[in-house]
Ligand binder design. Structure first.
Ligand SMILES: C[S@@+](CC[C@H](N)C(=O)[O-])C[C@H]1O[C@@H](n2cnc3c(N)ncnc32)[C@H](O)[C@@H]1O
Length: 230
């Protein structure tokens, strides 16, 4: 049988329009400084130079878009380390602008597939993980492309500490049902809500993402999934 991680691959475009001069300068100066190292294990020590064994808690955002949510979370917990993954250059530039503007020293960026980062993290090393509005791939024949699948979710679970929090957001009805099924079948996560209506209420520490704002403007309902790693 095919391993769901090996049949998954990254779809979509990586570069959009030409960068403006200030943006290109930021990519040249800041990106190498805060990029995730290209090889080796990813720990608080290899990412942030923390003393071995005294690393800061790590948090991961998968597909951060233009980075607003990640930057907000990183500004709330300067003593935590944030790893953001986004293959799309325009998105990475957006995140670099935020990191620069807010003077964030606790963010590292991987311009590529989040699976590559997850595989290099030690098991039980993440305090939090976010998967916010991943591409829904609504057609049934494309379902294996969804990040929300048993393989990637199992990998996220393995990399999270017991008690850590995983959040998922979507506005797509097909993806809502699919995520309920995938998360319901996972033995590793426990839903943190108390009432079904909790799916529809954005927690205060979950700032609206760029994608989410667009979805709301179109009149879509947005769903918030919160789980605790068992
Ligand atoms: C619909 S956008 C949402 C962006 C952002 N999270 C938001 O809510 O505004 C989905 C994002 O996930 C990124 N993405 C897709 N597959 C990914 C992967 N395997 N690893 C990291 N990012 C990925 C895309 O490039 C895109 O920016």
């Amino acid at each position: 049988m095919n391993d769901p991680l090996t049949i998954r691959r990254l779809y979509g475009r990586r570069q959009g329009h030409k960068l403006r001069q200030g943006q290109a300068e930021l990519v040249e100066r800041l990106l190498p400084e805060i990029s995730v190292p290209e090889t080796g294990e990813l720990t608080a020590s290899t990412l942030f130079g923390d003393a071995e064994g005294q690393g800061r808690p790590l948090e991961l955002e998968i597909g951060f878009g233009k980075g607003e949510h990640m930057a907000w979370q990183a500004s709330q917990r300067p003593d935590h380390g944030f790893i953001g993954c986004e293959p799309f250059l325009d998105g990475v530039v957006g995140a670099l602008m935020k990191v620069d503007e807010l003077g964030l020293a606790n963010v590292r960026i991987h311009m590529g597939d989040a699976i590559e980062v997850l595989e290099r993290l030690p098991d039980a090393s993440l305090d939090r993980a976010w998967l916010l509005h991943p591409d829904p791939w609504p057609k049934a024949r494309h379902a294996k492309r969804r990040f929300m699948n048993a393989g990637p979710i199992g990998l996220i679970a393995r990399k999270m500490k017991p008690g850590g929090e995983f959040r998922f957001g979507t506005d797509h009805p097909v993806y809502v049902r699919w995520a309920m099924m995938v998360m319901g079948q996972s033995p590793d996560f426990e839903w943190l809500g108390e009432h079904p209506s909790d799916f529809l209420v954005r927690p205060d520490d979950w700032p609206e993402t760029r994608y989410e704002a667009k979805a709301r403007a179109k009149g879509h309902e947005v769903w918030y999934f919160r789980y605790r790693r068992r």
